[in-house]
Every structure is written in structure tokens, then in C-alpha cells.
Design a protein around this ligand. Structure first.
Ligand SMILES: Cc1cc2nc3c(=O)[nH]c(=O)nc-3n(C[C@H](O)[C@H](O)[C@H](O)COP(=O)(O)OP(=O)(O)OC[C@H]3O[C@@H](n4cnc5c(N)ncnc54)[C@H](O)[C@@H]3O)c2cc1C
Ligand code: SF4
Length: 511
């Protein structure tokens, strides 16, 4: 019996479960649909990356002799949604059996589950075995635990895949985690190593022209365009990263430097999330580089932890908690997202820098996402849905399964501590220590009140003061409230007035 096999934009892997037993007579369906390209206003670079990578992947499948039905955005017959394109293909090809790999978003999963009822199709939804922890395995790990913590999950994954594990079962080097060696402030002269670029293919040029015409109103610059759009190109970037950059990954993982968007980060998330690279192959290559003495242990372990630990953990949390997860708002945060997240003027150098990287590259690195734009959103009490929409729109690696737990859980503590044990709130002093932004800023990270005081400082204390009922019992914040209580009533009032002034200036667009 012949099947219709749907491949989504983030399923561009030859080993995809939906393609496992593809046979003559089957048709592989891939489509560029307006509904998916616009359900949030994705960055033009993200749309171009995905359309170009999809078109290349479809061409590779065709070259293998497989039957591919590829619907471009501009195809006059394109009906604009996944559901209607599956229906159209099934009718036109006379196929009633559909095979898919489970999608990365709850919304799309619901959509697929409705196809039997609304389209009369037999739909087989297969597990996505590119992830290293299946959804039901994570649920079993989480079951009965009072508290979920990434670190313990990560140790299980290290053992399960035998990565950085010695023959006697102990962690390589004697410790599970070398993060203590990975939090150095930026050294003087720290810059981003040069990156590989790829000659643009005809497919990419065509896609850039299309996206430039159709999505120019979306936030973000389309060109220059630096992404790999095939697995071969992505592998070149992976090997180059491991050879040249991974040795320095750990040391300055949390550092931020003016004008340096990438530093020693891998820039691989978009490729892994779209399926061009597989998480296990990356971890194995990083481990091999350590074993061959090409990479120090703190760098290899720190990098592997992000992929084998954090990436799998956040996905597990997402599927464990959806659909309720998306409705959580622990602090009842509702302040509108200020215009400076969309490139509007701000004198805050750290925010302006993170937003500029985002606009230009559809990228900013983890600490900018967490401790600059995320931290500000947390301590200013910005609307959790608007903040999540922003993160989902502006980054080339953003899909709800990974964006939501990182934004709602890690950055905004909107789940009340399910994903992380305490809010990542920080004052301007943290940003000053970990970056060189403050020297060029109108504000001063050492000042708490007054016109030139860093806005993060008063907001930090105001956040803890106004959420005392929700946070005081948190055992990881022992010094916050004892310090606040030592402030004189005048100092406390001064900080609250300063926070009110920050909110006013934010509303007026003069912060
Ligand atoms: C508020 C917020 C939103 C985020 N949104 C996304 C998102 O939409 N998509 C996304 O892939 N990551 C997201 N992250 C996680 C992380 O910031 C990015 O994965 C990372 O910055 C990508 O850059 P890189 O490839 O250079 O990563 P590197 O620093 O080189 O890290 C290596 C790899 O580890 C993985 N990784 C690292 N941290 C995480 C994490 N916390 N969760 C999941 N995977 C991780 C990624 O695959 C990444 O490529 C978010 C983090 C925060 C704080
Ligand atoms: S002084 Fe404050 S606002 Fe300015 S760059 Fe430093 S942390 Fe950011």
C-alpha cells in the first residue's frame, strides 16, 4: 500500500522516522505554507533558512529516486495551511494513509490528530527518535519526583549514552559538571573567531528574493545571510567549530562583549533543531575531540551538557506540561513589551546590543537571551505571552518546544520553579562584571537611584519586594530578603520610587 509521508520544516533528516521504510509508490510531501510562516512574525532570516534548507533537502530526496511533492509558497494552487495541503495531496494522489513524525509543537500535534476525523485519513504518528530522550521516557523519569532538576536528568543521559563515562561507570575526570571553570568574565581583547561562510546556491538566491519580497515587514535584516542550508554545509561548520572554537567554549561561555555577537558559541542550534545535524553525532564528536586531547574537559563537558542535558530536558518539560504550561504566569506579569525589543531607541547599551544582534543575525547567545533581554523582562514584569512571542519570532532556532521552557520557565520563572530552582534575576552589577557594555552606556551600574542609575538595579530590588509573598520561602534566595530588610525605610522608598520612574520612562519610550 502506498503512503503519503509528510516532512515538516524542522524534520530535514535522512534518518527521520517518517522516512524509515519509504518505498516505491510513496509520495513525500513538503510544503511552504503561509500559516506556518506567519503564525508569529518570524525573522526573515529564519524563514529564508528554513525554505532554502527544505528545498535542498527535497532535491536530495529526489536525487535518491524518491517521489517528492514540493509545494512552494508561490505555487498558485497552494492553499496556505498544512491541513489543507495534506488534504489536497491525499485527494489528488489517491492516498489515504499518512505517515508523519511527531511534530515539535503541541499546536501542530493537535492538528495532526484531527486529520483522521476531519479528513478521513489514516494517520500514523511516529516518535521523533532524533531526540535522545523519548517523550514517554522523560515522563517516566519525572514521575513521582518532588522536584525536577536538569543536573540529575543529565547524569542519567550521560550513563544511558555512555558519553564521558569511564569503564567503571564514573564520570570522566571524576566530576559530572565543570561549570565552575566556565564562568569567566571577558578577557581584554576577547573577540569572535571568524566563521565559515558558504557560496550561495541558486536555490538560496531564489529563496532570498522571495523572502525579501514577501516578509520585508517582519523584524530583522535578511542579508548578509550566513546560514548553512544543507547537511553537508552544516557538517563543515560543526567540524570547524570542534577543531577551532570548542577548545575555548567553556571559559567565556557567559561573557558578553560589545560588537561581538558570537564569541565562542557554536551557532549550531538552528541546524540541530531543523534536523540538518543530529544531537548524538555532535556529542560523540565533542567527546572524541576531548579523548584525542584536542579539547579540554571543561569545554567538552560544558558543551555536551547543553545538548545532551539542557536541550533534551527542556523538550521533556514541554511535552510533560503542555497544554497547561503555556498558560502559566506565576508573577501575573502583564506590562506591555516595550518598543525597544523591536529595535526602538533605548539608552540601555546592553539591551540595544542584544536586540541589534537579534535583528542582524536572528541570533543572540544564551547569556544575552537569559541575563539581558530575559532578565529585564523578568524584573520589569513584562507580559509573559508577549515576551514568548518575541522569542519565538526573532530567533532562527526558535520552535515552541524549546523556546517556551527557556523563556517561560528559565528566563521568566513563569512556571514558579518547575524548570529552574530560582529566578535568574540580576542587577546591573552582574552585567557589568560579565560584559564590557556598561562603560559605553548612559547609565551607571554602580548607582541605585537618580537619573543616570542603571535601570536594572532598582528593578531588581523592586521585583523581589513586590513578589515577596511568592519568593520568600525559596531556599536558594537566602540573602535577598535579609539584605532588603537591612535597607533603611528611606532607602527602600527611594528604590521603589526609582523603579516607578523607570516604568514611567519605559512607557514614554525614553528609557
Ligand atoms: C529566553 C531564552 C530563549 C531561548 N530560546 C531558544 C530557542 O528558541 N531555540 C533554541 O534552540 N534555544 C533557545 N534557547 C537556548 C540557548 O540560548 C540557545 O540554544 C543557544 O543560544 C543557541 O546558540 P548556539 O547554538 O551558539 O549555542 P551554544 O552556546 O553553542 O550551545 C550548544 C548547543 O546547546 C544547545 N543548548 C544550549 N542551551 C540550551 C537550552 N537552554 N535549551 C536548549 N538547548 C540548548 C543548543 O542546541 C546549542 O546549539 C533560549 C534560551 C533562553 C534563555
Ligand atoms: S549600565 Fe545598566 S543598562 Fe547600561 S549597559 Fe550596564 S547593565 Fe545595561
Amino acid at each position: 500500500m502506498s503512503h503519503l509521508r509528510l516532512v515538516l520544516a524542522d524534520q530535514l533528516s535522512e534518518s527521520l522516522s517518517a522516512l524509515a521504510d519509504v518505498q516505491a509508490g510513496d509520495t513525500i510531501l513538503m510544503c511552504e505554507v503561509m500559516e506556518e510562516a506567519t503564525y508569529v512574525r518570524h525573522h526573515p532570516k529564519k524563514i529564508a533558512f528554513l525554505f532554502a534548507a527544505m528545498r535542498h533537502f527535497a532535491a536530495e530526496l529526489s536525487d535518491r529516486g524518491l517521489q517528492v511533492r514540493y509545494v512552494t509558497l508561490t505555487d498558485p494552487a497552494n492553499t496556505g495551511s498544512l491541513t489543507s495541503e495534506v488534504a489536497r495531496a491525499a485527494t489528488e494522489l489517491g492516498l489515504r494513509q499518512v505517515i508523519v513524525t511527531e511534530p515539535g509543537e503541541y499546536r501542530v500535534s493537535r492538528m495532526m490528530q484531527s486529520w483522521h476525523a476531519i479528513l478521513g485519513l489514516d494517520v500514523e504518528i511516529r516518535s521523533d527518535d532524533r531526540f535522545l530522550c523519548a517523550i514517554d521516557r522523560f515522563a517516566r523519569w519525572a514521575s513521582g519526583k518532588k522536584q525536577l532538576r536538569m543536573e540529575y536528568f543529565y547524569r542519567e543521559m550521560r550513563k544511558a549514552y555512555h558519553i564521558l563515562i569511564e569503564p567503571d561507570g564514573t564520570p570522566t575526570g571524576g566530576q559530572w559538571n565543570y561549570d565552575k571553570e566556565n564562568r569567566k568574565p571577558p578577557a581584554k581583547g576577547l573577540v569572535s573567531p571568524p566563521r565559515i561562510s558558504h557560496p550561495p546556491s541558486a536555490i538560496l538566491q531564489e529563496v532570498l528574493a522571495l523572502v525579501g519580497t514577501r516578509f520585508s515587514a517582519h523584524f530583522g535584516t535578511l542579508e548578509p545571510f550566513h546560514f548553512a542550508v544543507t547537511r553537508t554545509q552544516a557538517l563543515v561548520e560543526l567540524d570547524d567549530f570542534i577543531a577551532r572554537i570548542l577548545p575555548h567554549f567553556g571559559d567565556y561561555q557567559d561573557a558578553m562583549v560589545q560588537g561581538e555577537a558570537f564569541l565562542n558559541h557554536s551557532l549550531l542550534s538552528s541546524y540541530i533543531n531543523a534536523g540538518l545535524l543530529l544531537p548524538l553525532e555532535i556529542c560523540r564528536k565533542a567527546e572524541a575531540a576531548y579523548r584525542n586531547n584536542r579539547v579540554p574537559l571543561n569545554a567538552a563537558e560544558g558543551f555536551i551538557r547543553q545538548i545532551l542535558g539542557w536541550r533534551e530536558y527542556v523538550r521533556g518539560i514541554y511535552w510533560l506540561m503542555m497544554p497547561d504550561y503555556g498558560e502559566l504566569n506565576f508573577f501575573d506579569a502583564k506590562r506591555p513589551l516595550p518598543d525597544f525589543y523591536w529595535g526602538g531607541n533605548t539608552a540601555m547599551a546592553c539591551i540595544a546590543e542584544a536586540v541589534a544582534h537579534t535583528r542582524d543575525h536572528a541570533y543572540s547567545h544564551h547569556i544575552q537571551r537569559l541575563m539581558v533581554t530575559g532578565n529585564f523582562a523578568l524584573i520589569a514584569g513584562l507580559d509573559v505571552k508577549q515576551v514568548q512571542d518575541w522569542y519565538l519570532s526573532v530567533y532562527s532556532d526558535a520552535y515552541e518546544w524549546v523556546e517556551m521552557p527557556n523563556t517561560l520557565g528559565m528566563a521568566l520563572f513563569g512556571d514558579g520553579g518547575l524548570l529552574g530552582s530560582k529566578p535568574y534575576a540580576a542587577s546591573g552589577k552582574y552585567i557589568d562584571k560579565m560584559s564590557n557594555y556598561c562603560g559605553g552606556c548612559r547609565y551607571n551600574p554602580q548607582e541605585m537611584t537618580g537619573e543616570t542609575a542603571c535601570p536594572f538595579n532598582a528593578l531588581y530590588w523592586d521585583f523581589f519586594a513586590r513578589n515577596r509573598d511568592k519568593l520568600e520561602a525559596n531556599q536558594r534566595l537566602p540573602f535577598v530578603y535579609s539584605t532588603w530588610d537591612k535597607f533603611s525605610p528611606d532607602r527602600q522608598a527611594g528604590i521603589k520610587n526609582q523603579a516607578a520612574s523607570v516604568f514611567n520612562r519605559m512607557a514614554q519610550g525614553t528609557l
